[in-house]
Design a binder for this molecule. Sequence first.
Ligand SMILES: Cc1cc2nc3c(=O)[nH]c(=O)nc-3n(C[C@H](O)[C@H](O)[C@H](O)COP(=O)(O)OP(=O)(O)OC[C@H]3O[C@@H](n4cnc5c(N)ncnc54)[C@H](O)[C@@H]3O)c2cc1C
Length: 386
Amino acid sequence: MEQELSNIGIIGGGPAGSACAYFINQMNPDLKVSVIDTNPMRTILPTGGGRCNLGFAEFNFKDLAKNYPRGEKFLYSVFSKFSTADTVDLFSELGIETYIQEDMRIFPTSNSSQEVRDKFLKRLYAKNRVIKENALRIERLDNGFRVITDMGSYDFDKLVVATGGHSGYDMIKRLGVEIVPLVPSLVGLVTKENFASIKGVALKDVYNKETGMTGDMLFTHFGVSGPLIYKISSVFARKDMPYSLTFDLCQGLEDLQGIMNDNPHKYIKNLLSEYLPHSLVEFILNQTSINADTKAHMINGKMRDGILDKIHNFTVSVKSTKKDGETVTAGGVDLNKVNSKTMEYRDIPNLYFIGEILDIDGFCGGFNLQNCWSTAYVCAKGITAD
Ligand SMILES: Cc1cc2nc3c(=O)[nH]c(=O)nc-3n(C[C@H](O)[C@H](O)[C@H](O)COP(=O)(O)OP(=O)(O)OC[C@H]3O[C@@H](n4cnc5c(N)ncnc54)[C@H](O)[C@@H]3O)c2cc1C
């Protein structure tokens, strides 16, 4: 008697779910795959500011994994099977040309996340049943799962859950799936200090003392933001608030005394403005109670040290987070319970998790989508290997 082929359900047709359907189709075209999602691949549209930063040009998988504050070790195994070069090949197979930007981030040559969406959807609809409904509940059957949606119910032998970092958790908690508590990552930081007078000021190559990281930073009406801050928010996603951060705002400014000696009749505000934006200079001088119109020769040693301390040890007190960037969720399905060779949940056979629903999150730079492509591939391999 011929063995009946598995009937596979995927809840969530975002980057992870759609890629998983694609890989299963490639690996075994006879398998029946249903994707449940009211609006598949909608979430790809805002990525990379609409350009879709789909990966990062680090081709050594262990070094790639270092960019994930949560998930590094788990991803060694996953990335050893599907990593950056495979992502570039995947996009090429889909008919999407890619390029590597100067900062090593990878984008489609069209710079269009709409193109990425369109090409994935074309495959998705051509090869799979797409159920445009919202999954509400999952029930375990003797030999599989029943998914109850807002419009019907569907039985599957194997079920992949790819509902992302913002929903779906209640549904899987009821199955007994263990979830590491969720907190936002890659976000702006709300500070006790009020930076309204310098909002919009952007600085390059700022050094953060607590993390040892350097990057660009922005003052905002709520606190601080920009690439360096997103990275810090990721590393400190679980740190108790309030906490302090200390920045060197201008690593290039060392010998202020020498500069003042060479320009004794210049105003201190004009000398400093050669190194820092004017409004920030005014802010710093105000903080140190020094009149901005003081001439350099009137600045004594104590005043000079006060200015340098403010610039090189600029301290902010972080009281909360603000979702303003490529916000992703830290926390999710506990990796100790997931087999990294198949993405199957260890305690519930034939149940799989991929993408951001897992307790995996990376920095900005294409790492979070790479997690989706890679876990989707490993899951498809696991499913089709049976
Ligand atoms: C503004 C922004 C920009 C970003 N830019 C980048 C970037 O350039 N590069 C990068 O690597 N990462 C980026 N990210 C992160 C990246 O988009 C996510 O990590 C990624 O989309 C996660 O994919 P996923 O498939 O796991 O989940 P999602 O993308 O969240 O997809 C989940 C899917 O499941 C569906 N769904 C949810 N619940 C249900 C349910 N109950 N029933 C049916 N369907 C359901 C949703 O409709 C959705 O389609 C960005 C994030 C944001 C917010």
